[in-house]
Design a protein around this ligand. Sequence first.
Ligand code: DX5
Ligand code: ZN
Length: 224
Amino acid sequence: MIEIAPSILSADFARLAKEIARVEAAGVSMLHLDVMDGHFVPNLTFGPPLVSSIRKVTDLTLDVHLMIEDPDTYAPVFIDAGADYVSVHQETCPHLHRSLRMIQERGAKAGVVLNPATPLSALEEVLEVADYVLLMSVNPGFGGQELIPEVLGKVRRLAHMRQQLGLTFPIEIDGGVTTENLAGVIRAGCDWIVSGSAIFHTPDPAATIRDMQRIAAEATAIQV
Ligand code: DX5
Ligand code: ZN
C-alpha cells in the first residue's frame, strides 16, 4: 500500500490547521513533520510545541523527521508531544541501535534516515531493528529542491536487500517528489512518499494528492 505523506514544510504556517484539514480530506493517512535545528542542516523549523498543537487538530499519523544534532535528547520530547513515528539520521547517531530501541520503548515507531551520500552499508546492522527506512532524495534542509536521480538506484538496492533478508520494513523517500517523477519513484520500490512543495505550492493541494494517489495506483499495477 503506497502512502502519500504531505510535508507541512511548504504549507502556510499561518493557516496550518486548514492546510492539514485539506490534505486530510483528500484521504492521506500520514503527515510528515520536518524538524531542523540549524546545526545538522542549514535551516530552522519548529519544535515540540507545534507538534502538540498539530496533534490536537488531526488524527493523522504524525511522522516526525528529526534533522537535529541531538536526536537522543529530543526524540522522547517529540513522542510526548504526539509523534507516532520518529526518524533519526544515521549521520547523527553514534549508537544507532540504542537510539532506535529507545524510540520504540517510548511507544513510537522508529525510522532510520540516510542522506544521499551515505551508503546503504551504514544501516545493514540495524535493518532488523528499524520499523522503516527513509532515503533522502535531496540533501536535507529545504523544500523545493530537485530529486537526485541516483537515489532511485539506492532504493532498488535497498528493496533487494529487504527481499533477500525476508524483511518487510517500508521504504520512505523524501525530497523533490512530484507528479512527474512519482511513477518512477514507486517502481523503484518506495512505499511511503513524502512530498511538500509539489502538494502545497499547487492551487488545489487536495486535487494534487488525488492525482498522486491515481499515479501511485497505476504504477503499482504495472509493477505487479
Ligand atoms: C527536506 C525535508 C523534506 C521536504 C520535502 O530536508 O526533509 O521533507 O519538506 O520537500 P519537497 O517535497 O518540496 O522536496
Ligand atoms: Zn523530511
